[in-house]
Design a protein around this ligand. Structure first.
Ligand code: XIL
Length: 444
């Protein structure tokens, strides 16, 4: 969420986005989530896609979060698509971005049954070969980023729902000991990195989380380097387990850190204000549960915008699972996170976000998103002044006129309503020469 102050910064001129608060009152948390989290001794993260880390996406990722997890860039199929030939470009890019923004990186993930390269899954290997393939993979990847990764999800999703070990390439070929070996190899490659086992459906106290608990306990007893437990938290609306905090606490009591590693809360589409309010409560209770346990160190959302979420592609009919909508407007869920971290949403209102979505030598395409929280609009007018000679040529989803430097856009017949917790966007093309500064948008 961009405040007026930062909205007029140099960064905004480069990224082409600015938000101004409309009457009746200012809207929300000026304090970025990462600052709220830091004040509580916590880290707040997001999964990211490297190619998107520019413009508004990069601006939010860099300013709101203190930790990044590559969504796919560090998985085996990405880094070694052909045996012996490596592609680190996206992973390197994300690590560099994180360093430039003073962020931690959670490495994800080294040993998993999914998203492995086909040369590996289709091969026929003896267990000695499999063991050395895994050791090489871990040594190579962890070694490459030695000193740059705060925590590694070394082993991902090792359990079935009933707490038995999942039948995978690794378990079937190497036995349950693959987990201890993977942790040991990772530790050898980067002794400073915190090493995690990560899984889903382990939020509450249940058979699966108890199996994970027993594993961590036995690894600790055996002196295997295990530093943390990752609780993915891919949740369904209204279904935060009541035992979440108790479960986090029992892991902490084993002497390991805990991270919420992949938080999202999916809902049946379409979203509406009731669902978005429930989602706010869900995000808030997850973050509050982590905030309440000293050793819960990090909450990471699995994508911060609905435009970059795995949910619609994986759970047909479901979506809207992240804290920002597809136009980068913060949703009620965003304020749920902020409130759980001690932020106060003092006022409500509607805000307009102006962004340049693409620009070429003579022209550009822009977008304005009007978002409301705690109130709603039944019609709207957005106006701004083009101070550098920009000239509107075309608009859609609004009626726009320009007179001299003054631009006024009013809603179309079909999009005057901006619901509480919702947003409306319109687009336009314009010409520019020399410079194309971002104007201040007034709603009224
Ligand atoms: C997901 C990614 O977000 C998708 O882009 C990809 O197609 C599939 O994997 N548990 C995990 C993550 O540990 O790595 C998964 O990420 C989501 C479930």
């Amino acid at each position: 969420m961009r405040s007026l102050r930062t909205g007029l910064s140099l960064a905004a001129l480069f990224t082409g986005a600015v938000m101004l608060f409309a009457a009746p009152a200012a809207h929300a948390a000026d304090t970025p989530l990462r600052d709220l989290a830091a004040a509580k001794g916590k880290v707040i993260g997001t999964a990211v896609t490297g190619s998107k880390l520019t413009g508004t996406y990069g601006d939010i990722a860099g300013s709101q979060f203190s930790s990044l997890t590559p969504g796919n860039a560090m998985k085996w199929e990405t880094v070694e698509p052909t045996q012996g030939s490596f592609n680190w470009s996206e992973a390197d890019q994300i690590v560099a971005f994180a360093q430039a923004h003073n962020q931690q990186v959670r490495g994800h993930t080294l040993v998993w049954h999914s998203q492995n390269p086909s040369w590996l899954t289709n091969g026929t290997w003896t267990s000695a070969q499999l063991s050395s393939l895994l050791q090489n993979h871990i040594s190579t990847e962890v070694g490459r980023y030695k000193g740059e990764i705060t925590a590694w999800d070394v082993v991902n999703e090792p359990f079935n729902e009933d707490g038995s070990y999942r039948s995978t390439l690794w378990y079937n070929g190497l036995g349950a000991n693959y987990i201890a070996q993977a942790l040991t190899w990772a530790h050898a490659a980067d002794p400073a990195a915190k090493l995690y086992i990560n899984d889903y459906n382990v939020e509450g106290v249940n058979a699966k989380s108890t199996a994970l608990y027993n594993l961590v306990k036995s690894l600790k007893a055996a002196g295997v380097p295990i530093d943390g437990v990752g609780i993915q938290a891919h949740l369904v609306l209204g279904q935060v387990p009541a035992t979440l905090q108790q479960n986090i606490q029992r892991f902490a009591d084993l002497g390991v850190d805990v991270a919420i590693t992949e938080l999202d809360v999916r809902m049946a589409l379409p979203a509406d204000s009731t669902k978005l309010a429930q989602q706010k409560a869900d995000f808030k209770s997850v973050v509050a549960a982590c905030a309440a346990v000293t050793r819960c160190v990090n909450v990471t959302v699995w994508g911060f915008t609905d435009a970059d979420s795995w949910v619609p592609g994986t759970f047909p009919g479901y979506g809207a699972a992240t804290p920002y909508d597809e136009n980068y407007a913060p949703k009620p869920a965003y304020y749920g996170i902020a409130e759980a971290l001690g932020g106060t949403q003092s006022t409500t209102g509607c805000a307009a976000t102006y962004s340049v979505t693409s620009q070429w030598n003579t022209g550009f395409t822009g977008q304005v998103t009007i978002a409301c929280s705690g109130t709603a609009l039944s019609s709207w007018r957005a106006s701004w002044t083009y101070g550098a000679g920009q000239q509107l040529t075309q608009a859609w989803n609004a009626t726009c006129t320009q007179s001299g430097t003054a631009v006024t856009c009013t809603n179309a017949t079909y999009n005057g309503t901006v619901p509480d917790g919702g947003s409306v966007s319109f687009g336009f093309n314009a010409s520019w020469t020399g410079s194309n500064p971002v104007p201040v948008v007034t709603l009224g």
